[in-house]
Design a protein around this ligand. Sequence first.
Ligand SMILES: Cc1cc2nc3c(=O)[nH]c(=O)nc-3n(C[C@H](O)[C@H](O)[C@H](O)COP(=O)(O)OP(=O)(O)OC[C@H]3O[C@@H](n4cnc5c(N)ncnc54)[C@H](O)[C@@H]3O)c2cc1C
Length: 444
Amino acid sequence: MAPHLGDWRGRYRGAAIAVVRPASTAEVAAVVRACAEAGVPMVPQGGNTSLCGAATPGPDALSVVISLSRLKRVRAIDAANNTITAEAGCVLQTLQEAAAQAGRLFPLSLAAEGSCQIGGNLSTNAGGVQVLRYGNARELTLGLEVVLASGEVWDGLRGLRKDNTGYDLKHLFIGAEGTLGIITAAVLKLFPLPRATATAWLAIASPAVAVRLLGDLQASFGSLLTACELISDLALGLVRKHLPGSSPTLSPSSWHLLIEVSGGDDAQAGQQALEAFLAEALENGTVNDAVLAQSNEQARRLWALRENIGEAQKIEGLSIKHDVSVPISRIAEFVERADRQLAQAFPDIRIVTFGHIGDGNLHYNQSKAEAGDNAAFIAAQSAVNRIVHDLVHQLGGSISAEHGIGQLKREELLRYKSPVEIEMMRAIKRTFDPQGLMNPGKLL
Ligand SMILES: Cc1cc2nc3c(=O)[nH]c(=O)nc-3n(C[C@H](O)[C@H](O)[C@H](O)COP(=O)(O)OP(=O)(O)OC[C@H]3O[C@@H](n4cnc5c(N)ncnc54)[C@H](O)[C@@H]3O)c2cc1C
């Protein structure tokens, strides 16, 4: 049972009566019915890559962990309808590969894609690196199959892009973190496979420059701009320190931007268009240096630098994580003010900033001072949260852009959402899960 009782970050360890691994929707329904009859709490679990302890059972050994990992078939691909129907336990990368084999793109993409599962992705409304162009998990979902808290099965597996027949119930289960029911399958949108992709790594002076470049890139490339990732030098330094591999040589810079443009038929034309854009940006001084990937392998190596930041920060030691979003127009102000306030209150703290600035989403994390003490660092967590989250709130942002609430941010949620909003959420919870057995202690 051990791998199912702890979280990816090593922050939470729970206990459970049992871990069950149903292999079909009917088996999930049977397990849920048995638990409902016996009044036993249930913790749905996908790939267990949650960064906020959402899939880890509580410490009391009263619940059953329901792992979806055996429910993993791709049920159908409808190429003409551009849809794929997959079961909840299908690993994201497997789903992407199945789509590619059919000549289609499933665009949800995140660093945990080799282990996270589509059911977990939908339950957290996962974002990732291509939201800018294709939207997050919610926007990629057309239909769901869900086992309700009673054990009844709701078959909402519709592959429709238009369906105005009342409340759109699937959206309640997306982002619900397993607190309303168990997703067992989904109909997801597919897109044409881009034939040409151009990737570049830019050395820039500040987040303000990154936001300006984002606007310029959107003006030049429109929806062909697929990704725009901001990386601080400290974040890059952790990857170089802990996962050196074969990282490409890049100019020293305080900030970096990883961009990807994809689409069109002609790979050479795409590469040339990006090259021309970068030449002008270098000329007018917006960009200090740029590396344009010359092959898929070079692009992969540039992406590895971005995708390994989470892993590198984990190896570095304890961290306090903030997955925040603010309006894109306020990103630079957020970074400048939060950096200043944290430096005043905690002069030794190291600020590791990176994220999806095309979506206004930053991972604004803190690592303890190299020689610092773990206990003192963790004791500072709520004071650090207060500085960061108060500022986010003041700027009209969100304290959880894409990772969810889990058990990590429950108190923070209560602090920043209005009583009216919390009561609407509780009313939904009471309606769908009157016994309060679905993933208790998470989200609400
Ligand atoms: C290195 C790394 C990078 C990451 N990058 C990103 C990123 O870029 N963007 C992003 O959004 N997230 C990111 N994450 C967070 C995480 O990968 C996502 O939240 C992912 O969607 C979780 O999927 P999972 O299958 O691991 O779900 P789990 O962690 O197993 O579960 C997450 C939540 O969903 C519930 N759940 C799981 N399956 C079901 C189901 N079938 N029905 C109902 N509830 C269910 C669980 O109870 C829990 O509340 C990253 C994580 C890591 C470790």
